[in-house]
Design a protein around this ligand. Structure first.
Ligand code: G3I
Length: 353
C-alpha cells in the first residue's frame, strides 16, 4: 500500500473543483505525522469537537464576571487549530455556533445555574445570550485570525421530523424550548452582523436526503434566503456502504442548490464494519459514485465549494464509538496508508464527468 505522505495530493487533484477538507482534533495538530498528512491532502479543516460551545464556554469565569448575558470564553483549544490552519494556509469551516448538543445546560439556565433541573432563562435573556455568544466567538476569531475562517456553521441540526414538532423543528432542543423557531433567524442575524467580508454563513444538518426532512429544510432555507440570512447549505453525509441512495442525495443537493445556495458536504463518512478487501472495494465504489455525482453537479453550475471528511484516518473515526462496532469508513488506514477509497476519489477528480 502507498503511504499517505507520498501519494498524490487529494486537495491538489481537486484544486480547480472544490476544497477537500477533514475534521481534525487538537491531538492531531501536535503530531508531526498527522500534521504532514493534513497539509498534503486537505485544503480545509473543521474542528471535530474543538470549536463547539462546550469547549469554548468557561462557567467559572462566567460566574466571576457576574454578567447575566455575556459569558466568558476559553479559546485555547480553538486557537491551537486556528493557528495551525493559519501557519499552513488551510481554510477553516467553523463548526458550530448554535446547536442543541454539546452546549452545556447551564448556558440555558437562569443565573448560569449548573443544577440538572435548574429553571431555564427567560426568552429575552436567551436571545441576548445567543447574540452575545455569536458576537464573542466571531469577534475573537476574526480579529485574531483574519482570513482564516471561510464558512460558519451558524445553526446545526435544528430540524428533526421524528420529534413531531410544527415545521419539523427539533422540539427537544433547549434553543427551541427557550426561543421557539425564532432562534434560527436570530442566530443568522447575529452572524451577519459580525461576519468578515468573504465569509459565508451555513445551515448544517444530517440525513438531508430523507424526503420529510428535505422538505422541511427547503422551507426553512427558503425563508432564510428571502431575508438574505443564509449563504450555504451544509449536507453532512454520514452514509452507510449498504444503504447508499445517491439519487436521493443528488435530489437534495439540487433542491438546496436551486435556492441559490452554495453547497458544502460537511461531514462525509461511509460506515463500513468490514475491513476485508471485497468490502473495502465496495466502499471505494460508493465514494466513486458519490464524487461523480458531485462533479456532475459542479459541471452543471451548482456551487459545490467544499467536501469534508469526518475524520482523517480509520483510527480516529467517531463511528467506532457511536456504532459500538468496528468501522473502516474513510480514505486512509490507521497506519496512514491510502485505501482503495482514496484511489477511487482521486480517479474521480481526473475523469471528465
Ligand atoms: O472516546 C471516548 C471514550 O474513550 C469514552 O469512554 C467515552 C465516554 O463518554 O467518550 C468517548 O468520546 C466520545 C467521542 O465522541 C468519541 O469520538 C464522546 O463522549 C462523545 O461526546 C463524542 O462525540 C462527538 C459527537 O459529535 C457529540 O455530539 C464526536 O466526537 C463528533 O464526531 C460528533 O460530531 C457530530 C457533529 O458535530 C455534528 N454532526 C454529527 C456528528 C457526528 O455525531
Amino acid at each position: 500500500m502507498n503511504n499517505a505522505l507520498t501519494a498524490p495530493s487529494l486537495c491538489g487533484a481537486f484544486r480547480n473543483r472544490f476544497k477537500i477538507g477533514a475534521a481534525i482534533t487538537g491531538r492531531m495538530t501536535d503530531d508531526p505525522d498527522y500534521r504532514a498528512l493534513i497539509r498534503r491532502h486537505f485544503s480545509s479543516i473543521t474542528a471535530e469537537n474543538g470549536m463547539k460551545p462546550e469547549k469554548l464556554l468557561d462557567r467559572e469565569a462566567t460566574l466571576q464576571k457576574g454578567d447575566p448575558i455575556r459569558p466568558a470564553f476559553h479559546f485555547s483549544p480553538a486557537d491551537q487549530m486556528l493557528s495551525f490552519a493559519r501557519e499552513n494556509e488551510i481554510a477553516v469551516r467553523f463548526h458550530t455556533l448554535a446547536w442543541h448538543n454539546q452546549t452545556p445546560r447551564w448556558f440555558f439556565a437562569k443565573n448560569w445555574d449548573n443544577a440538572p433541573d435548574a429553571p431555564l432563562a427567560a426568552p429575552e435573556v436567551m436571545l441576548a445570550r445567543l447574540e452575545a455568544y455569536i458576537q464573542g466567538v466571531m469577534e475573537h476569531v476574526n480579529s485574531q485570525y483574519p482570513g482564516t475562517v471561510y464558512a460558519w456553521d451558524v445553526v446545526n441540526e435544528a430540524i428533526e421530523p421524528d420529534q413531531g414538532g410544527p415545521g419539523c423543528y427539533r422540539t427537544k432542543s433547549l434553543w427551541y424550548q427557550t426561543l421557539g423557531e425564532s432562534f434560527v433567524p436570530a442566530a443568522f442575524r447575529a452572524a451577519r452582523k459580525h461576519q468578515a467580508p468573504g465569509q459565508k454563513l451555513f445551515y448544517n444538518d444530517y440525513s438531508t436526503f430523507v424526503p420529510a426532512k428535505k422538505e422541511a429544510l427547503t422551507a426553512l432555507l427558503q425563508k432564510l434566503r428571502a431575508d438574505n440570512l443564509v449563504d450555504g447549505m451544509g449536507m453532512q453525509a454520514h452514509l452507510q456502504w449498504d444503504k447508499m441512495d445517491i439519487a436521493a442525495c443528488e435530489q437534495a443537493a439540487r433542491a438546496f442548490g436551486n435556492l441559490g445556495l452554495t453547497l458544502h458536504i460537511t461531514e462525509m463518512d461511509i460506515h463500513c464494519p468490514f475491513r476485508d478487501e471485497a468490502h473495502q472495494a465496495q466502499l471505494a465504489q460508493c465514494y466513486r459514485d458519490y464524487f461523480d455525482m458531485l462533479l456532475r453537479l459542479n459541471r452543471e453550475g451548482y456551487d459545490v465549494e467544499s467536501v469534508s471528511f469526518w475524520g482523517v484516518t480509520d483510527a480516529d473515526t467517531w463511528l467506532t464509538y457511536f456504532r459500538k462496532e468496528g468501522s473502516w469508513p474513510l480514505l486512509f488506514t490507521g497506519d496512514k496508508d491510502v485505501k482503495p477509497a482514496f484511489d477511487a476519489v482521486l480517479e474521480a477528480a481526473k475523469r471528465r464527468i
